[in-house]
Ligand binder design. Structure first.
Ligand SMILES: *Cc1c(COP(=O)(O)O)cnc(C)c1O
Length: 394
């Protein structure tokens, strides 16, 4: 590959490729637990320090997994990456590798259910002080972040309410207070929100979503400086067992090859459909970062190259209307995932955020009428007709 800087689309196809002596076109799957050594001396040396592309055991690292890690680091514009068994293994690792008893973490409140579980129910048991802010309100960040803050955690674009974090602002505040910014960029995707460039020290993805892109396997990835990833993070992850299977890493590599075309098409469809649905009766609002009606439209236009693949609908008739709508859909499937080739619809209040109290949900803006739609690769007109018909026939 040329030494000059390459565009993301090219990196998503070629970045990090390691070829065996056979010169295979497609990336090889190294489905092996371990690696053999030519001598005990070589084994001893490798355990002292494994060089680039030298492997010991697949819980520590594996050639197929390494290709996925290197490709993701290049795409994010950060130095290194470590792949994990799921997005949550990545979030958990990023938090636990950075925090100790007595530390304080400040986080945006609008989070994915499992992230919220770690922050609310797990970290406090280990003596970590957890504080929440409304992530869209820079004044709240300013009032909570201080020199005692060790880590700031954000979901760059929140699931399912699609709130956008002013990451540059949060980063500058973090640097003034010597805090580390961890950004979960899963909903926005690596295609539309440049979390690494905008100042996240550590970027985490659920690769299960747009990176796989076809709903096949779980995976996650944590991206940051070489020092952090190969030091603190690798030590934590390789000893606690959250390694990704080489087969799943291969699926993610293949997914990355089509990431650009898939997500651009999905986002263009999402904008078109969201714009068309806005204003239909039965709906109190349509939430999409690149609709002018989004409360953070200007920020979303500034930080996101497109508005993403997900929008939310809020039905005036609450749960009853939402369920009627979902039952009428013929193409869009009911499921709790997003970023899939198939369009999917979720009712967060009764599924992903069911665990929360009504009061917690209302604080997060998750009403009983809120429905999240992940736009897939189907024809835009077909999807629009499916959604519009279902909305009109409630
Ligand atoms: C899905 C998701 C996760 C968890 O990822 P898994 O691969 O399901 O473990 C974490 N954060 C966000 C924002 C997500 O959407």
């Amino acid at each position: 590959m040329p030494k000059r800087p390459l565009k993301k689309q090219t990196l998503a196809v070629h970045g990090g490729t390691l070829r065996s002596q056979f010169g295979e076109t497609s990336e090889a799957i190294y489905l092996t637990q371990g690696f053999v050594y030519s001598s005990p001396e070589q084994a001893e040396e490798r355990f002292i320090e494994a060089g680039e592309n030298e492997f010991i055991y697949s819980r520590y690292g594996n050639p197929t997994v390494r290709m996925f890690e290197n490709r993701m680091a290049l795409l994010e514009g950060l130095e290194d990456a470590f792949a994990t068994a799921s997005g949550m293994a990545g979030v958990n690792g990023a938090l636990f590798s950075n925090l100790s008893a007595g530390d304080t973490i400040v986080s945006s409140r609008a989070l994915f259910g499992s992230c919220l579980y770690i922050l609310e129910n797990v970290l406090p048991r280990f003596g970590v002080k957890v504080e929440f802010v409304d992530g869209t309100d820079n004044a709240q960040w300013e009032s909570k972040v201080n020199p005692d803050t060790k880590v700031i955690f954000v979901e760059t674009v929140s699931n399912p309410t699609l709130e956008v974090i002013d990451l540059e602002f949060v980063y500058n505040l973090a640097k003034k207070n010597d805090a580390i910014v961890i950004a979960d960029n899963a909903l926005a995707s690596p295609q539309f929100f440049k979390a690494g460039k905008l100042g996240a020290d550590i970027v985490v993805y659920s690769a299960t979503k747009h990176i796989d892109g076809q709903g096949r396997s779980l995976g996650g990835i944590v991206i940051g400086t070489k020092d952090y990833i190969r030091g603190q993070f690798e030590s934590y992850l390789k000893h606690t067992g959250g390694a990704i299977s080489p087969f799943n890493a291969w699926i993610m590599l293949k997914g990355l090859e089509t990431l650009t075309v898939r997500t651009n098409y999905q986002a263009d469809s999402a904008l078109k459909i969201a714009s068309e649905l806005e204003g239909l009766s039965n709906l109190s609002k349509v939430v999409y970062p690149h609709l002018p009606s989004h409360p953070q439209y200007n920020l979303a236009r500034e930080l996101m190259s497109r508005g993403g693949t997900v929008f939310a609908l809020d039905f005036e008739g609450g749960k009853e209307a939402s369920f009627k709508f979902m039952n009428k859909l013929e193409i869009v499937k009911i499921s709790n995932n997003f970023g899939d080739a198939k369009s999917l619809v979720t009712h967060p209040a009764t599924t992903t955020h069911q665990r929360l109290s009504e009061e917690q949900r209302s604080r997060l803006g998750i009403s009983d009428g809120l429905v999240r739609v992940s736009v897939g690769l189907e024809n835009t007109e077909d999807l629009l007709e499916d959604l519009e018909t279902a909305i009109k026939t409630i």
